[in-house]
Design a protein around this ligand. Structure first.
Ligand code: PEP
Ligand code: MN
Length: 358
């Protein structure tokens, strides 16, 4: 059997790590020099133990002595992405925070362009309700001949502008070799849809300890997406936010199809905050507001939005960018929907709890 050893951490799970079993097992692990943390997940009767810096040969011995325990295998289901019983997960992005208590608006240009445009957009999105600035500097483009982004120069500029406006930032990293440099210049790393299953990149951003916005691959199931999140979490980095940005379906009327049902499914299965990107999801500015409001009603904790001062001149994705006025109006309406939906979600979860469904 292969044991799940992520970052020298072993995970043990069993329906019957009973309170009776636990002290003996934990004592034994601690005597071997391990640090043991019990983890509880919502909806799972199984208890999980996180065992750090244990003797890596411990697996066979434990299987012999505790045959009813499962040592999680490398192919196991996502564990760390499962919803923790202690809930209340907070992801810190500079002075902002993503959680399930407030709606966060992340907005900015698809791509960082020049200093004047970036300053205009930053000032506009800040005044229109955004508390995190987005901007791509390393752009993953379908064609190698398309604009590839302003790269490190763009990131340096974004860092400078964000400091001036005192706004935290999120920006995409596409190559494991750039993780350190991008981490130095942004508050949150974005993994784009096209890299959603680039496992070496996921491990690298996990190791960086930086908050990560993990987009859904447009060909990924929810399980595959949670598996991708698990790669980051398994490196000991719990600062992960999931971003639904549409999946590929047979429908050509929109750029992708925003999967609204993924939102409540994720809220039931994981404690990680869920953000929705209706800009890339629809690819049409006249659809962004409706889909954004629908996503918030379905339980999204935040929105990621493309905004531009002069969409027609934008170097990337101008057709889906909102104006400041549109963003300001959306922020106000989304806040109202969030509050109404929160009441609905709280009462639904109470009903589910009292029916023993959670
Ligand atoms: C983006 O947010 O700039 C982006 C490229 O999005 P996605 O990876 O979802 O296509
Ligand atoms: Mn884009």
């Amino acid at each position: 059997m292969e044991f799940l050893l992520a970052n020298e951490v072993l995970y043990i799970q069993g329906g019957s790590i009973t309170p009776g079993d636990e002290p003996g097992l934990i004592q034994r692990l601690v005597r071997r020099g391990a640090k043991v943390d019990p983890l509880d997940f919502v909806g799972q009767s199984k208890r999980t133990l996180r065992v750090e810096a244990a003797d890596l040969d411990l697996g066979p011995e434990l299987t012999r002595e505790y045959p009813h325990l499962t040592l999680l295998t490398a192919d196991g289901d996502p564990i760390l992405a499962s919803r923790r019983a202690d809930g209340d997960h907070r992801v810190f992005v500079g002075k902002s925070e993503l959680n399930d208590k407030a709606l966060t608006i992340i907005a900015g240009p698809c791509a960082v362009e020049d200093s004047k445009i970036l300053r205009e957009i930053t000032s506009g999105v800040q005044a229109s309700g955004a508390t995190v600035l987005r901007g791509g500097a390393f752009k993953p483009r379908t064609s190698p001949y398309a604009f590839q982004g302003t790269k490190l120069d763009g990131l340096r500029l974004m860092h400078e502008v964000a400091q001036e406006f005192d706004l935290p930032t999120v920006s995409e990293v596409v190559d494991p070799r750039d993780v350190e440099a991008v981490s130095d210049l942004t508050d949150m790393l974005q993994i784009g849809a096209r890299n959603a299953q680039n496992f070496s990149l996921l491990s690298e951003v996990g190791k960086s300890g930086q908050p990560v916005l993990l987009k859904r691959g447009f060909g990924c199931t929810i399980d595959e997406w949670l598996g991708a999140a698990e790669y980051i979490l398994a490196e000991g980095n719990d600062q992960v936010v999931l971003c639904e940005r549409g999946i590929r379906t047979f429908e050509p009327a929109t750029r992708f199809t925003v999967d609204v049902s993924a939102i409540p499914i994720l809220k039931q299965r994981t404690h990680l905050p869920v953000v929705v990107d209706p800009s890339h999801g629809t690819g049409a500015k006249n659809l962004v507001t409706s889909v954004a409001l629908g996503a918030v009603a379905a339980g999204a904790d935040g929105l990621l939005l493309d905004v531009h001062t002069r969409p027609d001149e934008a170097l990337c994705d101008g057709f889906q960018a909102l104006s400041f006025t549109e963003l300001a109006e959306l922020s106000t309406r989304a806040q109202a929907v969030y509050e109404a939906a929160r009441v609905a979600h709280i009462s639904t979860s109470n009903v589910m709890q009292s029916a023993g469904a959670v």
